[in-house]
Every structure is written in C-alpha cells, then in structure tokens.
Design a protein around this ligand. Sequence first.
Ligand code: PEP
Length: 256
Amino acid sequence: MARKTLIAGNWKMNETYGEAVVLAQEISNGFYDDWVETVDVVVCPPYIDLKPVKTVFEFDKRKVGLSAQNVYWEASGAFTGEISVPMLKEVGCAWCIVGHSERRTLFGETNEDVNKKAKALLAGGLAPIVCVGESLAVRDDGTYLAYVKAQVEAAFAGIDEADARRSVVAYEPIWAIGTGRTATPEQAQEVCAAIRETLAGLYGAEAADAMRVLYGGSMNEGNAALLLAEADIDGGLIGGASLKAASFIQIVKEAL
Ligand code: PEP
C-alpha cells in the first residue's frame, strides 16, 4: 500500500524564539505548496517556539505540521515544568515525539512512560511519533531486533488498532544519532521491516501496512534518497540537518 512520506525535523533544544522565527521563515520561503500532496512536512521546535513557528507558517499559508518533542500524560495539575496534551493541542500541534533516545538516556524515560504519553496524545487527538532504537552495545551483541521489537510492543500496549494507525514509529539507532554515522539503507531497512512485522503481530498485516515507519540518525540531503528508497522506510526524523533550512528543504525534495 502507498504510504505518504513524512519528513519531520527535530530541532531538539536549539533555536531561541527569535532564531526559530527566522528558521521557520526560511523553510516557508523554500516550500512549495504542492509538495503536501506527496509528503507530510513537520517541524518539532522547543515548546516555547511552537507558537511563533505556527504563526509564520499560518501567515504564509504553508501546510507544515507542528510537533512537540515531549509531553506529560496528565492534563493539568501540580506537575511543575511539564506540558500537557491540551496545551499542545491549543497551540496547534497535531504531532508529538515520544520516547526519543535522549529522553530515555538523559532523562530516564521508560517504556511505560512512553506508553502513557502515547496514550494521552491519542486520547487528545494528537499523533505520537514513537521513537525506538538500540544502543551500540545492543547492536554489537546482535540482539537489536528483539530489543526494538520489545520497545514497540511496550509503547503500543493497550492502544487499539484505530489509534495505532494514527501513530508513527521512528527507528533511531542511538549510535547513529548526532554522530554522523548513518545506518546503511540495508541496516535501516532490516529494522524498519522488523518494526512493521511487530506491528502486524499486534494489529494485523493490513494495519501495519498502512502505518508509517521512519528512519532517524544522521539523515541528511546526501543520504536521504537512498534511505527513503527502502521499502519499509516511509520518511525521516531529522535532527542536525533540520536546523539548516536549505538542508531540510533538500531532504523534503529527495522525498518527493
Ligand atoms: C534525532 O534527534 O531524532 C536525530 C535523528 O538526530 P540527527 O539527525 O542529528 O542524528
């Protein structure tokens, strides 16, 4: 089945409010509206930049989706420093990354947290971009397929098929994130296919076939075409290269 390509730029903790406006404007200036027929383009700025970035795209009538990088599962209350699904919704987010490896390794996010966040997002009408991926040690000991399978199963525990279909999985091997060491198309395809097989085990082949599986990890304008040509890679989650409008735009062009 034909799955629409999704290119998402994860800005991480980069771009002040003013810088974010400039970057969004540069992306908007290089964006062609008819691209949206073949590719969904999404940016994931820091929380504080969501509103100004939204305003830039809205003013220019660009259909660039807005995603947060994290969320808390409670709707409101005494959770100092956290941001909820209703808050993201009101600011115009349709997407949210959950389980990014930096959240898992630096901030102790567990599979259970990822599951709660995904459920809260889906209940609020937002689509989670669920990140999974193994460390170099797990890759080297050869258990990476089982490791990623377990992460996917944990993330989707208790999520029904209709909600799963609205979700996206991003395979991001930790050894490839921000390291310049991209997975080869074959390595990325192997795991993305295993993720789809895992989803098929949970929801059936038809649902799995409809769901998007992205690759992330040092994707750039030079390697995107080969990665995106793989059968089970339906797009990219891009960190570093999404901070340069020209690179990000070029990756979108490679996806057309
Ligand atoms: C990411 O943070 O999701 C990512 C893939 O980063 P980079 O492209 O910089 O490796």
